[in-house]
Structure formats: C-alpha cells, structure tokens
Design a protein around this ligand. Structure first.
Ligand code: ATP
Length: 387
C-alpha cells in the first residue's frame, strides 16, 4: 500500500469523526469570496471556506497555488483585493495583524540564535500585559507542553531540528492565540522525525484546543494531520473534505492525480442505473462496472480512475466483474509492498500495488517478470470522473 493510501486507511478514523463534529458546529473562521491580485496576477481566486473551532485544517497544493498568500491574509500580513475574513464572528479584514487573535509559525522557525530556549519562548509574550512571574509560569507551562522542560537554558544551535520546531511551536502558542497558522511546519525535518512530530503536533493541538491551519505541499502530512483539508490549484480550492473524502472520493482528475497515485483510462458510459454504472474501456478491451455518479448518460465520454492498491493480482482468473488479463512488464520490490507494471493486450500499462503480507522467497511472489496474470478490482474501487 502506498503511503498516502495508508494515511487514508489508518489515520482517517480521527479526521472522519472530527469532520462530522465540525460539520454540526457554527464556523469559527469564515472566509468569504477572498481574492488576492498582485498587479494583473491572481494568486488567490474567489476562495470561500469555513473552518470549525479546534480543527486542524490543511491547505494543500503544489508550489505557487496560493496557499501561503491565503494564510498571510488570515494573519493580516496581506490585504485581500476582494472578500472578507471573519474569526469567531468578528470581521478581521481591516484589522492589523497584532489586533487579530492569531499567531503564525514560520517555516524557518525564526528562532533568535543568541537567546536561550526560554527567552525565545518568552519573546512571544513581549507585548502581553503580564507580570514577570506570570510570564515565567507561562514559559514553563509551554516548555512542559512541548516536552522541553530540561532544555530551557540551551541555545537553538544546541538542540536538534525537531526540538527547534517544538520551541517555535511553544513560542507561537505562548500567547494562547485562538488560531495558529503554521507554514510548512515540518519541512525542515527528515522523514522519520516528521512522522513522529506529526503525532506530537496533533497531541499538542488536542491539549490546547487551538484551531490550527497548516500550509503544506506534502499530501501525506496533510492527510495524517488534518481533520479536513482543502486541495488548491492555481489560486482556487478544488475540493474540501477529510483525508478519506479526497482520497476515496476525488471529485476531479486534478484531485485524484494530486493525492496518491492512480491509473486513468478513457471510457464511455454504456449504462447508468442504480448504484453502478457500466463503461466501455477500449484499453481494457471490455466493460468495467464502476461506482455510480449522478448525471451520466449513455454515450458520454468519461475518465475511469483506479488506485494501484485497489487492484488485485492473481495467477488464475478470479470470479466476478472487472477481471482482465495482462503480463508483468516490470516490478519493483520495496520490502513492505511491491509495485507491478502490468501490460494489457491493448499495450496499455497499469500500476498495481501489492502488499507483501507474507514473508516470501524470490520464487514465492504473486507474480514475476513476464508472467501472465489477471487483474481484478471491485466496482466500488472504480472511480468515474467527469473532469
Ligand atoms: P509555495 O509552496 O511555493 O510556497 P504557495 O502555494 O504558498 O507556494 P504563494 O506564496 O501563495 O504560493 O504564491 C502564489 C502566487 O502568487 C505565486 O505565483 C507567487 O509568485 C505569487 N506571489 C506571491 N506573493 C507575491 C507578491 N508579493 N507579489 C507578486 N506575486 C506574488
């Protein structure tokens, strides 16, 4: 199983529950028709979005899609060209950053190298109306929250990357903002530490109840962390939903292709009745039974999309619909799973991902190079996309 698939399958339980809860509550943040133009260039285009209190909401998209610009408008560092931003029912659009109940954690962490960890965290409280004792208490509380109690006297260069990230988080949370904006919070960490820190971030968010909006280009990170996420492209929101929603029910070719890997095939609707739709797929040389979507008519051209891990490989022809013959053109063994490239008689090559659940020797694989095999997939795994 690919990593995004695992994120959707394993971690989605939390986001799904959170998103169901979120849907019932009044919105904490309301972004209404926000557009940002720099000269003639539109960086953010007519974005409307509602985020609930206590959510971890991610803005996910490729470089230049406008996610940082949207975050900066929430913080007040950038004025929208059009539209309004409400936080906790209050119109924030014309307020300067320091009058908003918002704090931002920057990608670089921006820690002061000459200051100790404690002083870096205390710096976040510089403009707060507090006594010295209250400030000391708050710093201690924040360091305990991020599990750095014993590191207060060190300088940033005397701690690890992951610990620096936690200092930045402690500093950003010290003012107890209602909303914390995090710009690529884990980008500076290596893969292992990033995975570990994702769970820490979720834990800290739960303890403080602060609403987090995270900007990331890392789909796995967005899927693991978020109660819901918005996939952005060219300044627009393409889809909003839980990790499971966007992975299992992509609404467009863009979202399907952006999150995880997927096989796209051209198809024509043959019959659309009830819960399934049959489509003719020339590259399969036959028909496929797929999950129905509304509004299809026979003869309509459509895209069929199937995730590589939803296709089963077998040596003998399985029973049921959606079974096709092919040949193993290539295979890559990754330890936990293998990626097969299966060539159909039409010449089309499909990606198939197979989990290596058993400890197998070389000659015990499901299939080997040049083997004749059968592909099978459930109608529910066959996604139809209109655009
Ligand atoms: P990345 O992941 O690369 O940071 P992003 O999605 O955060 O990308 P933004 O920083 O929001 O992207 O930028 C969106 C678009 O707006 C980009 O094409 C960028 O060049 C442009 N842009 C951002 N700030 C300005 C500015 N001050 N003046 C002109 N264009 C800008």
């Amino acid at each position: 199983m690919s990593d995004p698939a695992r994120a959707a399958a394993n971690v989605a339980a939390f986001p799904a529950a959170a998103s169901a809860k979120a849907a019932r509550a009044a919105p904490f943040i309301r972004i209404e028709h926000i557009t940002k133009r720099f000269g003639t260039f539109t960086a953010v285009s007519d974005v409307s979005l509602e985020i609930q209190k206590g959510e971890i909401f991610s803005l996910l998209g490729g470089s230049g899609c406008g996610k940082t610009t949207l975050l900066r408008m929430l913080a007040g560092f950038e004025d929208p060209t059009e539209g309004r931003i409400f936080i906790d029912g209050q119109d924030m659009t014309d307020l300067p950053p320091y009058e908003r109940p918002v704090n931002m954690m920057f990608q670089s962490y921006a820690l002061f190298p000459h200051m100790t960890v404690e002083r870096n965290v205390a710096y976040g409280l510089k403009h707060e109306d507090m006594t010295a004792a209250q400030r000391t208490d708050r710093v201690r509380e924040m360091l305990a929250l991020v599990q750095l109690t014993d590191f207060g006297h060190r300088k940033p260069h005397q701690i690890s990357g992951g610990q620096r990230q936690r200092v930045a988080l402690a500093r950003a949370l010290a003012k107890q903002p209602k909303l914390l904006l995090l710009d690529e919070p884990l980008a500076a960490l290596d893969k292992k530490l990033r995975e570990h820190t994702q769970f820490e971030l979720m834990d800290i968010q739960e303890k403080t109840g602060t609403t987090f909006i995270v900007v990331t280009h890392d789909q796995e990170e967005a899927m693991t962390l978020s109660s819901r996420l918005a996939v952005m492209d060219k300044g627009r929101i393409m889809q909003i939903g839980s990790a499971t929603d966007v992975y299992e029910y992509p609404g467009s070719r863009f979202v399907a292709g952006f999150i995880g890997s997927i096989n796209f095939l051209d198809a024509t609707v043959r019959a659309a009745t009830g819960e399934t739709t049959t489509v003719d797929v020339p590259e399969f040389g036959g028909t496929v039974t797929a999950r129905a979507i509304p509004g299809l008519v026979p003869g309509q051209a459509i895209t069929l999309a199937i995730r590589p891990e939803k296709i089963q490989l077998a040596r003998s022809r399985p029973e049921g619909a959606n079974t096709f013959a092919g040949t193993v053109e290539n295979l890559a063994y990754f330890g936990k799973d293998s990626l097969y490239r299966i060539k159909l008689p039409s010449g089309r090559v499909l990606s198939v991902n197979s989990v290596n659940a058993r400890r197998a020797g070389e000659n015990e694989r499901v299939a080997d190079w040049e083997d004749a095999v059968f592909l099978a997939f459930d109608p529910a795994a066959a996604i139809l996309l209109k655009d």
